[in-house]
Design a protein around this ligand. Structure first.
Ligand code: UDP
Ligand code: MG
Length: 344
């Protein structure tokens, strides 16, 4: 087999604190792999700027000026981690044999990339980076995250335990990924659905290098809830079950109260009445909300909106003239350099 062309894809959202170090480490890693003849010298690092509001994009394109190996993709606005990954994968797939996605904060072990590529060369189409432990996490994060994986498993969604979005995908797998037309892409759930031969690579996950998490509790919960409702209809069935149960319970109570009325103490309390009204009301609202959540999903999916829009693509030039004007002189020079190198 020929030496594969690797593209390392890094989604970045407001990562200016950590990006400098990330660029250095990934560059060193890729250079080492190229020198070791593990990957082709056409390999690249692609930073996807997910609508950052700080100087992230500026840093990316400056780095791309300095080094041919570094590329950038600027999305038109913030579309979230998963869609940023897709933007990177779909842009890179034409000119790569395999692609590794890794977070910008380098919590994932860059050295595991070697192992991943080895597995790819051995013939695996998808290689999952799996955390060997969660020691670097707070108790809360560990508890919620592992709970999430277990819950998903109970709900019948096949996830790779303790695998986040650090993975290698071969071009074939990414091409198949493009056929999943749903607009809500929960990659951890979808990639296993692609199938093909897959392998795991184990690594220790570290603390964030710098900056703070872009997944505060609220986003984390939304992400988990999205993951569940995109892949499983079990919650809706549970609601139905609870509804049936409460109906049966209320029947039994009804009989009991009737019996009391005719054979015993007729002074029935207000409490039982009001409690059951609230109970049933609550249950109904939960059920309605959940059904609404699924209908909302259907509504969103039927619109087939694009998952991301690319503003500037330094990976697959040419950059439109108008954008060159907007970004100023430095841009001018990058385009000129490219033209020169293309003509030669
Ligand atoms: N990220 C992104 N768009 C977003 C939020 C996050 O591209 O809207 C990126 C972020 O820059 C990082 C990765 O997704 O590279 C994972 O985010 P983070 O490290 O903050 O999540 P955590 O590791 O805390 O779960
Ligand atoms: Mg992180």
């Amino acid at each position: 087999m020929n030496i594969p062309i690797l593209t390392i894809i890094v989604p970045c959202y407001n990562e200016q604190e950590v990006l400098g170090e990330t660029i250095e480490q990934l560059k060193a890693k890729l250079e080492q792999m190229i020198i070791g003849k593990m990957v082709s010298d056409k390999s690249k690092i692609l930073f996807v700027d997910d609508g950052s509001k700080d100087s992230t994009w500026h840093m990316i394109y400056k780095a791309s000026l300095k080094n041919e190996m570094i590329k950038g993709l600027k999305l038109s606005r913030n579309v979230g981690h998963q869609n940023a990954l897709l933007a990177g994968l779909f842009s890179a797939k034409m000119s790569s044999d395999c692609m590794v996605t890794i977070d910008a904060d380098l919590q994932d072990d860059v050295d595991a990339i070697n192992e991943m590529v080895k597995k790819y060369i051995e013939g695996y189409e998808v290689v999952y980076g799996v955390r060997s432990s969660r020691e670097s996490d707070t108790f809360f994060k560990r508890f919620t995250a592992e709970g999430f994986y277990k819950l998903m498993d109970k709900l019948g969604v096949k996830l790779v335990f303790n695998h986040a979005d650090f993975r290698l995908m071969g071009r074939r797998a990414v091409e198949e990924l493009e056929h999943f037309a749903e607009s809500n892409m929960f990659l951890r759930g979808i990639v296993p659905l692609i199938g093909f031969n897959s392998a795991n690579v184990y690594y220790e996950r570290k603390e964030r290098l710098a900056g703070e998490t872009k997944y505060p509790l609220k986003k984390m919960l939304a992400f988990a809830f999205d993951g569940i409702t995109s892949f499983s209809v079990t919650p809706i069935r549970i609601v139905m079950l609870v509804g049936c149960l409460s109906f049966i319970v209320s029947l039994i109570f009804g009989i009991y109260f009737l019996a009391l009325k005719y054979f015993g103490d007729t002074e029935l309390g207000w409490t039982s009445l009001i409690t059951s009204i609230w109970l049933i009301g609550g249950l109904q609202l939960i059920a309605l909300g959940l059904v609404g959540e699924y209908i909302g999903k259907i509504y969103k999916e039927t619109k087939r909106r694009p998952k991301f829009i690319i503003d500037v693509d330094l990976f697959n030039l040419p950059v439109p003239r108008r954008l060159v004007n907007r970004e100023g002189a430095e841009y001018e020079s990058i385009v000129e350099t490219r033209k020169l190198s293309e003509n030669n």
